[in-house]
Structure formats: C-alpha cells, structure tokens
Design a protein around this ligand. Structure first.
Ligand SMILES: Cc1ncc(COP(=O)(O)O)c(C=O)c1O
Length: 396
C-alpha cells in the first residue's frame, strides 16, 4: 500500500491568503517575469561558454556581466563605475550583508534613514550593531543634523560604522532625496569618514523621468558603497545583484573565505544575465515593465483618490510603493485586522522605523496586481476604515 502523499513542500516565499488582495508584498507581477526570454538566455550562455559556464566563477563576477553592468549604470546614472569597483552578489540583501561584514564590528552604531526598508534593518542587525535613526524629515535624511549626531556619538566613544539609506525611490515612501541633500550628505560622509551605504535597488523603475544621479556617482572615492539588484528589473529568483565601491572594499569582500572557497556568486546565472543583456532582452524587458508598473501605480493612486480622499500621499516617481498617511485617529497597526477581515493586506508604517514612528502610515505595494485588482483592494481598504469604528469615518 502506498502512503498518502505528504503536502507539497513550498516553492516560493509568497503566501497568499485565499480571497485576499495582499498589498503588503513587494514582489513582481507574475506576468512581468521573463520566463521564456530567461530560458533563451540560459541556453545562449551554455552555448557560448560551454563548460566555463558551469565551473567555479571569477571571484568578483564574470567579466562579461561586469562590463555590461558598468555600461548600463553609465546609461541610467550620472557616471559609470570602473570594472574594478564592481562585485557581483546574490542580490541587494546579500550585498548589504557583505558590506556590513566588512564595515561593521559588534557594538558599533549604524545610522539608518526613517522610514527605511524594514528588512535591511534585519540584515544590519545580524551584525550585532546598534541601529540608530539618523535625523530625518519628510524629505529624507537631514545631513546637518546627522553630522551633529555623528559628532555626539563619537564624543561618547561610539564608532559609527556606516549610514544606510535608499535615496532613490525609497522603500516605503517612493520618494527620492533632493539634490541639495544628496550633495550635503556626501560632504558629511567625506568630513566624518562615516561611509554611506546607498541602496539603489529601484533605479531602473523610474516613471517616466530618469532616476536622480546616485550618491555613488558624485562621491569622493571611498565614501559611498552602492548596492543594486536585478530583483526588481528582471527577477528576484535569480538572486543577482552587485555592489560598487572603492577597490579596497571590493578587495575586502573578494577576500572573504567563502568567496575564496566557492568562487564568484551565482556564476551560471550571472553569465545568463550577461547574455540576456547582450541580446537586447534586458533593455526591452525594462522598457515594458516601466510601462506596466507606471500603469499599476496610476491605478492605485486613482483608486486611493476616489475611495480614501482623506488619506495623504505623494505620488512616487518610481519604485513599487505608495506611502499613505491616515487621517486622525487612525493607526496603521490597529486598522490592519479590519483590513484583513475585509480581504486586503498592507504593511503598517511602524515597521519601517527603528525608533518610534510611522503609526499613522501604511505601505501599499502596487507591484503584484493588475489595475482592477488594485482598485478592488482599495475599495476593501475603504470599507475597513468604515467598519473600524474609529471616530472620524471617511465620506462615502
Ligand atoms: C530597498 C530594497 N533593498 C533591497 C531589497 C532586496 O533586494 P534583493 O532581492 O536583491 O536582495 C529590496 C526588496 O524589497 C528593497 O526594497
């Protein structure tokens, strides 16, 4: 007698609740994942490189990918990095983990933006450092106040290892740090010696204007490490990203034991990405997903304006997120069970802050769903407002 089949083991990170429209996940739209083009890129890499595609890869990443990355960053940023400034990683999360390993020692202080990508806070915390919010307002980090904080911490004998932020299409706000603050922050990094870790993961998702120049492109050598990824521009399952940094940082990362032992990260996928780029598929793909995500953003914005007119937000110029401010007395964490009961999910603003903050906010992601589903999700959210029984129900 054959035993009953056990339930299938999970394949993906995403967990859907039956009937729910979960606007909490920052995952790509399934139709935006280039399954066929990737299969072709993989075949092309195997044809071109043969056994070299399947052996241990060069430590910093395969040359063809690094060359293309430099060229592409030169197109979508103010300046191209040099090949010796690039290290290919298994995504931006891995890049942040590597950079933290190289820059941080247990007990150090790491300054972070508020609000900022909540899972980066987890990656940084793994390095047994104290995460401290850099002073920030609605426009992002305040460079002068941050310099003051660094001086105060240094006077207290604390070592400030690095400052992490997502200055371009921030997760969760979708906003970008204004140009004057970028320049001032670079001056702070140069004067204090505290390296800036710039998470540039959303650079390619600009609607419609080009993304602002990165901090890295305008920085004095050695003051900024930029991390990037193809998770949003191609597919997160590839686990491919990069860091661009001064050669000593690249060397320090390259010399880590596991790179010495295992060679370049995700070598076969990295070569397939080089083929995906060389064939023109990358360029076509990014153009098409810009159109898609812009349409999805517009649909979410229109639905929020129609259904939740009292909620405040700034229309993002890129990325995947809308950062809503709820009217008094709504609290994003308290509203969540009502939203879930109404069949819609989101991420409460609270989790994007290391100190107290974000109570009135919530993050909606427009990446995963078609315009009609996004509109239905917002209708459900508006219904949740009404049933929450808080004292200032919204009209309609
Ligand atoms: C700002 C930011 N950095 C990094 C990541 C993770 O990137 P990766 O999948 O390349 O590790 C995300 C994903 O949501 C993100 O929003």
């Amino acid at each position: 007698m054959t035993a009953p089949r056990p339930p299938a083991l999970p394949v993906v990170q995403f967990r859907s609740r039956a009937g729910s429209i979960d606007l909490g996940w920052g995952h790509p739209h399934p139709a935006a994942l280039p399954v066929d083009a990737w299969a072709e890129a993989t075949r092309a890499a195997l044809r071109r490189y043969g056994d070299a595609a399947l052996t241990y890869g060069h430590a910093t990443g395969p040359g063809p990918l690094i060359e293309w990355l430099c060229e592409r960053l030169g197109e979508v940023d103010a300046a191209a990095p040099e090949p010796g400034q690039v290290f290919v990683t298994a995504g931006a999360s891995h890049a942040l983990d590597l950079v933290s390993s190289v820059l941080c020692r247990p007990g150090d202080v790491v300054l972070v933006d508020s609000p900022t990508y909540h899972l980066a806070l987890r990656v940084i915390a793994d390095h047994r450092v104290d995460t401290v919010p850099a002073p920030a307002d609605e426009d992002g980090i305040d460079p002068a106040a941050t310099a003051e904080l660094i001086r105060a911490l240094t006077r207290q004998g604390r070592r400030v290892a690095m400052l992490y932020l997502v200055p371009t299409f921030n997760n969760p706000t979708g906003r970008s740090l204004p140009a004057e603050r970028r320049a001032a922050l670079l001056a702070v990094a140069a004067h204090t010696g505290v390296p800036v870790v710039e998470d540039d993961t959303y650079r390619e998702l600009a609607y419609p204007a080009p993304a602002p120049a990165s901090l890295f492109s305008g920085a004095e050598p050695g003051t900024v490490v930029r991390i990037g990824s193809v998770a949003k521009s191609v597919a997160p399952g590839l686990r491919l990203g990069w860091l661009t940094a001064a050669p000593p940082v690249v060397r320090a990362v390259t010399e880590r034991g596991y790179v010495d032992s295992g060679g370049g990260v995700n070598h076969a996928s990295a070569l397939a990405l080089a083929e995906f780029a060389a064939s023109g598929a990358y360029r076509r793909h990014v153009e098409s997903i810009r159109v898609r995500y812009r349409r999805q953003r517009d649909a979410l914005v229109a639905a929020v304006r129609a259904e939740l007119p009292q909620a405040g937000f700034v229309v993002p110029d890129g990325g995947w997120f809308l950062w809503l401010r709820l009217p008094d007395p709504y609290d994003g964490t308290e509203l969540l069970p009502y939203a879930e009961a109404a069949g819609v999910g989101y991420v409460p603003g609270r989790v994007f802050f290391v100190a107290d903050g974000g109570h009135r906010h919530l993050r909606l992601s427009y990446s995963m769903f078609d315009p009609e589903t996004l509109a239905e999700g917002v209708r459900r959210l508006a219904g949740a407002y009404r049933t929450a029984g808080l004292s200032t129900p919204l009209p309609g």
